[in-house]
Design a protein around this ligand. Structure first.
Ligand SMILES: Cc1cc2nc3c(=O)[nH]c(=O)nc-3n(C[C@H](O)[C@H](O)[C@H](O)COP(=O)(O)O)c2cc1C
Length: 242
């Protein structure tokens, strides 16, 4: 009887070079129709990503720098986007928490491949009040509370068994005490100084629209063709070469 052999795995380079990007139907983006402030466009693009079935559209990369200026990056969930900025939450005692204490600036990146869209945000980071951090924690699932109660984020754990013990204990506590405190859990806000919207294009005519916060009356608005000054709300828009 013939034996069924599993196919030999393809070499990494062959797999890598077989991948494609921007070869689906992508939306048009006319920057001349973009709203004056980036928050409105972010909300619209987020709704588009949800409607397009983009998995986990609220997952974003958060870049920070350590005390020596060395960069670091990880994935987080967006907890809100409003006039104050882009909100996320984590432990103040984690690696990112220490980095933000040393250098309270960050960059965020969203990528929604279903639409060929990327959004980047940069700016200073502030901590929300303890009451807001508490509310953030308790507005979410038992699993999220348990994860926060496990604590020690970014510390070294001696074994998987130790991780399981701590996680199981945290789950039990989260179920028994839904109001339990996780004192280091902190909600942060990135206040955008810049926000860039990238619309991919199959022919590589990608559109990049950057908003920069300005003092009123200081800069023309290249994206709208206006020669008369900045947009309402203190934002200047510029098109960037892709
Ligand atoms: C999809 C996804 C969502 C995540 N969301 C969060 C989050 O909201 N908050 C958080 O602290 N960590 C979150 N994490 C874990 C972080 O990526 C990271 O591992 C952790 O925060 C420790 O980062 P640090 O050592 O740089 O501080 C998430 C990971 C993934 C893959």
């Amino acid at each position: 009887m013939a034996t069924m052999n599993a196919p030999a795995p393809r070499p990494f380079s062959s797999l890598l070079h077989a991948q494609r990007v921007w070869d689906t139907e992508l939306p048009d983006f006319d920057p001349a129709t973009a709203p004056p402030a980036p928050l409105t466009l972010f909300h619209a693009w987020f709704a588009d990503a949800v409607a397009a079935g983009q998995p986990e559209p609220h997952a974003m990369t958060l870049a920070t720098a350590d005390a020596d200026g060395l960069p670091d990056v990880r994935t987080l969930l967006l907890h809100g986007a409003d006039e104050r900025g882009f909100h996320f939450a984590s432990h103040a005692t984690s690696a990112k928490g220490h980095q933000l204490a040393d250098r309270p600036y960050a960059a965020l990146g969203f990528y929604w491949p279903s639409l060929g869209r990327q959004v980047r945000v940069r700016g200073p980071v502030t901590r929300c009040t303890p009451a807001e951090s508490h509310a953030d924690l308790h507005a979410r699932s038992t699993g999220a509370l348990a994860a926060a109660l496990t604590g020690a984020q970014s510390g070294v754990v001696e074994s998987v068994a130790a991780l399981h013990r701590a996680a199981d204990a945290a789950w039990e506590r989260a179920q028994a005490e839904p109001d339990a405190e996780a004192p280091t859990w902190t909600r942060y806000v990135v206040e955008p100084a810049e926000a860039e919207f990238f619309q991919g294009d199959a022919r590589r005519r990608h559109i990049r629209l950057r908003y920069r916060r300005t003092v009123a009356g200081t800069a023309p608005d290249a994206a709208s063709g206006s020669q008369t000054g900045p947009q309402a709300g203190g934002w200047t828009r510029e098109l960037l070469w892709p």
